[in-house]
Design a protein around this ligand. Structure first.
Ligand SMILES: Nc1ncnc2c1ncn2[C@@H]1O[C@H](COP(=O)(O)OP(=O)(O)O)[C@@H](O)[C@H]1O
Ligand SMILES: [Mg+2]
Length: 267
């Protein structure tokens, strides 16, 4: 059984039963299927507007699809009872692109990272404190950073805080929606490295949503490319992506392969 199975998901925004509006709806996801195995990273590539973030929201239980199924650990996320759904939700976390708007500016690092722990765990003050220290250390920050507020961190550091919050409950799957896209190249490389390490040490799985082929290839085990709400390519590894004959995939690859015309390698 796959950790996550997306089966024939179709979605459009503003769906209504009123027939006179039906013609105006744009299908944002069309019959999308994919799966993620435990401990694996699936890279979800595509240009802006392809439907990647919508699919991320559908997987996170935030946007009920018009058709199709999201099976997480074998359970249909939208058909199960509220208590099972709450239990599944703790295993399903997210990190988004905008690290500053993902946090409450009036909360310090300890409060931000501790939020899921307060919601789901009953820890003593000492255990809570210890957990925060360990989480800060596992994302390469210091326990002394616990009292700092978002504006006292750089973008790269704050994204580490968001990652610490996402791993606080030891989830099974993290949806990373353009999570490194707004970072400069150095921070991007560091955070990608950190994500790779956490994946191994915590046995995490990722849905790594990005428009950046290079970033996708550096972290992902397998890759899916979307265009206009449809999956246009599914690859087991980056060599299959490079060999793709789909014009959109070729275009995505052109920009980075031209940097290495001889090696035709992405990394
Ligand atoms: N909340 C929303 N309401 C209406 N349309 C939306 C909403 N969110 C996204 N869309 C539209 O859905 C399409 C896919 O968007 P999105 O999933 O954000 O794509 P991507 O993440 O690949 O850039 C776009 O045409 C976008 O304008
Ligand atoms: Mg997006």
């Amino acid at each position: 059984m796959s950790l996550l199975q997306v089966n024939n998901v179709t979605h459009s925004y503003g769906a209504t039963n009123r027939f006179w509006r039906a013609g105006r709806q744009k299908t944002v996801l069309s019959d999308v299927s994919l799966s993620i195995e435990q401990g694996q990273c699936l890279g979800l590539l595509g240009t802006s507007g392809a439907g990647k973030s919508t699919l991320g929201k559908v997987i996170l239980g935030l946007e009920k699809p018009l058709k199709g199924q999201i099976l997480f650990q074998g359970v249909d996320l939208y058909e199960t009872n509220p208590s099972t759904r709450r239990r599944l939700r703790r295993d399903l976390q997210a990190v988004f692109q905008d690290c500053y708007s993902s946090v409450n500016p009036r909360m310090n690092a300890e409060q931000i990272i501790g939020e899921p722990l307060r919601n789901y765990e009953r820890l003593s003050p000492n255990e809570h404190r210890r957990s925060i220290s360990m989480l800060l250390e596992s994302v390469g920050l210091s326990p002394e950073d616990r009292g700092k507020y978002p504006h006292q961190f750089s973008g790269g550091q704050l994204q580490r805080i968001n990652i610490a919050r996402a791993i606080a409950l030891k989830p099974k799957l993290i949806v990373l929606d353009e999570a490194v896209s707004s970072l400069d190249m150095v921070n991007q490389t560091h955070v990608l490295h950190l994500l790779d390490e956490l994946k191994t040490s915590f046995g995490l799985s990722y849905l790594f949503i990005t428009h950046d082929v290079k970033a996708a290839c550096s972290l992902s085990n397998s890759l899916v490319v979307m265009e206009k709400g449809e999956v246009i390519e599914s690859c087991e590894d980056q060599s299959q992506l490079i060999a793709s004959s789909h014009p959109t995939v070729k275009k995505l690859l052109e920009s980075i392969l031209s940097e290495h015309p001889r090696s035709r390698s992405i990394n």
